[in-house]
Write a protein that binds this ligand. Structure first.
Ligand SMILES: C[S@@+](CC[C@H](N)C(=O)[O-])C[C@H]1O[C@@H](n2cnc3c(N)ncnc32)[C@H](O)[C@@H]1O
Length: 355
């Protein structure tokens, strides 16, 4: 197996990172717990589930052995191979519509050039991988969800392929660019995961959602029902920068994006979608007016061609990083090889609620 040479290094690396968290690096441990807590709340959400919820060739022995002992991303792996995958596939077109005006920001930031190799983390059904493969020499999409990868593989072609694996722990090899469209928010240990991504040596560009009470992809029903703030660390640019810096990235930038997004056809459609969420259903329980409050909130956004909301995301970037000497193992089958700043972009109509 090509991984044999780097195997010990990876195991030790993972072990160290994991123990560091478990043994409790004070503040970070609580941040990680925050991630876990939010992640467990959200995947029940349907729409938010999409929000929250390994290279390659096959899952490596490292990832397999850790997961089989129930240590890494076990809950997320279960969700994304079960209920979350089912819901995600059922809402694939809706999610594509919601991301339509955000993805160009990601592609611009990634600035993939011909000849470059790209890793798409949490690639899902592979749409971003396929889009990037129009320019890149090769794109590898990595995901823990077999049902979503089955869809992705329909689009597998000469220079794009998909592998099942855990981006937090599996050896990734070397890439010029690491991108992700909302696929990096699910790790048990974000620092360890981003450290693993950094080992690719590639520059980084990913999208994650802003606060769920601000980002109207989720916010309208939550606000209508008086939901408390969600503890989502990725909604905090300071936490994002600290986490990436702890993982060894430098030059991290977090840019706020606001774009109009078509959430669905009409009020009935988007209300039904929102009500798939366990959180929304829990908030609505015992409140006879809940559905009408949600409908009223969506009715304000009804336009002739659908219900439009303002999607609010962060675009996170970091320049090309040096390769770590250790902890990196050779890719499988010629596979992957390889200041803080914040700005704000607002495109589309003022306020972002039109088209
Ligand atoms: C919100 S979906 C985004 C999918 C796709 N990038 C898109 O924009 O349509 C999140 C994806 O991350 C994947 N994922 C979650 N944890 C992962 C991990 N540890 N390693 C690889 N993929 C993971 C899920 O299976 C899911 O496909």
């Amino acid at each position: 197996m090509p991984v044999s040479g780097g195997f010990a290094g990876v195991v030790l690396g993972v072990g160290r990172g994991f123990a560091g968290v478990v043994l409790g690096v004070g503040g970070f441990a609580s941040a990680v717990l925050g991630v876990g807590g939010f992640a467990s709340a959200v995947p029940g959400l349907g729409w938010l589930c999409g929000h929250r919820g390994g290279f390659v060739g096959a899952v490596t022995a490292v990832g397999r052995s850790l997961r089989s002992r129930g240590m890494v991303n076990e809950r997320q792996a279960e969700r994304w191979n079960g209920e979350s995958a089912r819901r995600w596939l059922a809402s694939r077109e809706r999610h594509a519509a919601v991301r339509e005006r955000l993805l160009p920001h990601l592609y611009r930031a990634a600035a993939v050039r011909p000849g470059e190799r790209v890793l798409d983390v949490g690639c899902g059904c592979g749409d971003t991988s396929v889009a990037l493969a129009r320019t890149a020499r090769e794109v590898v999409g990595i995901d823990i969800s077999e049902p979503l990868l089955r869809e992705a593989r329909r689009a597998e072609a000469g220079n794009v392929r998909f592998v099942r694996g855990d981006a937090q722990v599996d050896p990734l090899g070397a890439f010029d660019v690491v991108v992700s469209s909302f696929g990096v928010m699910f790790f048990d240990d974000p620092v360890a995961a981003f450290r693993n991504l950094r080992r690719t040596g590639g520059r980084l560009a990913f999208l994650c959602w802003q606060d769920a009470l601000v980002n109207e992809v989720f916010a309208l029903p939550l606000r209508a029902l008086g939901a408390p703030p969600a503890e989502d660390p990725f909604a905090d640019p300071v936490w994002i920068r600290q986490t990436l810096t702890s993982a060894g990235y430098h030059g991290v930038r977090v840019q706020a994006l606001h774009e109009p997004a078509r959430l669905g056809d009409d009020v009935a459609d988007v209300t039904a979608y929102a009500m798939e969420s366990t959180l929304v259903r829990d908030l609505a329980a015992g409140n006879a007016r809940a559905r009408s409050l949600i409908e009223a909130a969506f009715a304000e956004r009804q336009r002739p061609d659908g219900v439009w909301i303002e999607a609010a995301a962060y675009l996170v970037t970091a320049p090309r990083q040096g390769r770590d000497a250790g902890g990196w193992s050779a890719p499988i089958r010629g596979g992957p090889r390889g200041a803080t700043g914040r700005g704000s972009a607002r495109s589309g109509p003022a306020g972002g609620r039109g088209r």
